[in-house]
Design a protein around this ligand. Structure first.
Ligand code: HEM
Length: 488
């Protein structure tokens, strides 16, 4: 990796990297690289991407935490090229030269995202195909109607929790909860796990004194779930992973359930928040929805273009010396894909104001052999959840001026911290609705239509409050730090 560009003031460049900065250790290294982390980058990530594009073109050299160097791929076509050619750009982080040369500090905050794990995310070739096939086959077995039934039921439950007040924070009381509640059903957990998993995952994000125990609760819950499904299979991802012809070990099963939870929850929470904000604040969108010109799925697609839930994703590692976007990439270099910058690449969208009605060729779900296998589930949660919410709160409106909405960013994601609204208060329509009571399977449907039967409780009851027992350090820090990282 060479760093051919001089310092340029007025941007978030690292004007004077310290002498120990790894960039200095490479031939051609120069000062003036953009840092992809820190308050300035977080304040305006899109502005940073555009400055990088103007300065370097489709692929820019950047520094990550600890001033570790990487290439940031900003061009739409270049992202397709990198994501689509694993023979040149591997997913195996053990290829990273900085790892191999022992230059990544053991406490680097990058490790949660890039330290190698025995899951499909970090594998190439046959082994990756074996594990990915098990995940995609299991996700594909759900049909749309079955999933929508759960989304509708949980949306009603959540709305019933605040509808009498006439006001709510939809980010906090709706968006942060719905995806995890639906996911518990897809994984085959009893309903009562949902609120506890939401609480445990939010506790970890907050980094409280009990976050270690909360992480242990999640991991132990997944391990217990796998054990229980050996006794009683259900219509769920856990059972299908166990039975898949890829013959996963139990450890591989619960590790991939954790991958699904991580990949699905945070992304879908962000998509819900951004879509709701657009529905509530964008007059064109409001008018379009009312006038029937733009359906809610169209709005979701528009958000996936303009505010992809994951702005930038790690990581690909060059398997050979190669070239992309006019930059010479050396074997062992790390590349990050800036999905948000790719979506705004003037080479493919010369006029960003042109509406994209229903166009799905954005990069929000990445592309190539790693492309998100849960995208239709994420879309279904966003559009069915919001559709149902709007039907319950027909006069809902933002309680504060749009300019007062607050965002938080990390280098991977940017999301709203709150979405305060008012609406006409009314009595809960589905008061007391709990699992399987308010929205039972419609008459005439059977589990074979993809609807999920009530999940079997595990052989051993789930733990009560998150256990305080110590858990292996690596597992805990990986999960907790990953969540904290995603949330910025
Ligand atoms: C709607 C919000 C979602 C967005 C924006 C999103 C986006 C992404 C992205 C960008 C990747 C990385 C692809 C790459 O490395 O090239 C990914 C991977 C993945 N996603 Fe999603 N995702 C969403 C929802 C979901 C849901 C709901 C599920 C499951 C129910 C899911 C399951 C996965 C899995 C298992 C992977 C890893 C795939 C692999 O490594 O082969 N995602 N997702």
């Amino acid at each position: 990796m060479t760093f051919p560009f001089p310092e340029q003031p007025g941007t978030t460049w690292a004007a004077t990297p310290p002498p120990e900065c790894p960039a200095h250790a490479r031939p051609g290294a120069a000062d003036g690289l953009a840092r992809l982390f820190g308050p300035e980058a977080a304040a305006d990530p899109m502005g940073l991407y555009e400055r990088l594009r103007a300065r370097h073109g489709a692929v820019a050299p950047v520094l990550l935490d600890g001033d570790l160097p990487a290439w940031l791929v900003l061009g739409y076509r270049e992202i397709l090229e990198v994501a689509g050619t694993p023979a040149r750009f591997s997913r195996d982080s053990r290829n990273w030269r900085w790892f191999r040369e022992g230059r990544v500090p053991p406490d680097s905050p990058l490790l949660p995202m890039i330290a190698w794990q025995p899951v499909c995310l970090f594998l190439d070739g046959e082994e990756r195909n074996r594990l990915r096939l098990a995940v995609t086959d299991s996700l594909d077995r759900f049909n749309r109607r079955g999933i929508r039934r759960h989304i509708t039921r949980f949306t009603h439950q959540l709305v019933d929790g605040f509808i009498e007040r006439g006001e709510a924070d939809l980010a906090e009381e709706f968006c942060e909860h719905l995806p995890m509640l639906v996911l518990t059903q897809l994984l085959g957990m009893p309903d009562e796990y949902g609120p506890r998993l939401v609480a445990a995952s939010r506790d970890m994000v907050a980094g409280t004194a009990t976050s270690v125990a909360s992480n242990a609760f999640i991991v132990d819950t997944l391990m217990e779930l796998v054990r229980s499904k050996h006794t009683t299979r259900g219509h769920d991802i856990t059972s299908w992973l166990i039975d898949h012809s890829s013959r996963l070990t139990d450890e591989e099963v619960w590790n991939h359930l954790r991958v699904v939870l991580i990949a699905a929850n945070e992304t879908t929470v962000n998509l819900l928040k951004s879509t709701l904000r657009m529905v509530l604040t964008d007059p064109r969108c409001h008018a379009s929805l009312a006038g029937g010109q733009m359906t809610l799925p169209d709005v979701v697609e528009q958000v996936l273009w303009s505010e992809p839930p994951l702005m930038t994703i790690p990581g690909r590692w060059a398997a050979v010396d190669t070239e992309v976007g006019g930059q010479k990439i050396e074997a062992g270099d790390m590349l990050l894909l800036s999905l948000a910058a790719g979506n705004h690449d003037p080479a493919v969208r010369p006029d960003p104001s042109i509406p994209l009605h229903g166009n799905r060729s954005h990069l929000a779900f990445s592309s190539g052999p790693q492309e998100c296998p849960g995208q239709n589930i994420g879309r279904a949660i966003a559009d069915t959840g919001i559709d149902t919410l709007m039907a319950r709160l027909p006069d809902v409106r933002l309680r504060i001026p749009e300019e007062e909405l607050r965002w938080t960013s990390g280098w991977m994601t940017r999301h709203l911290t709150s979405l305060p609204v008012t609406f006409s208060a009314s009595r809960p329509a589905h008061s007391g609705a709990t699992a399987g009571t308010a929205f039972e399977r419609p008459p005439g449907t059977t589990p074979h239509d993809g609807s999920l039967p009530a999940a079997e409780p595990p052989a051993t009851p789930p733990p009560g409050p998150p256990p305080a027992a110590p858990v292996p350090r690596g597992r805990t820090s990986w999960w907790a730090a990953l969540k904290a990282w995603l949330r910025g």
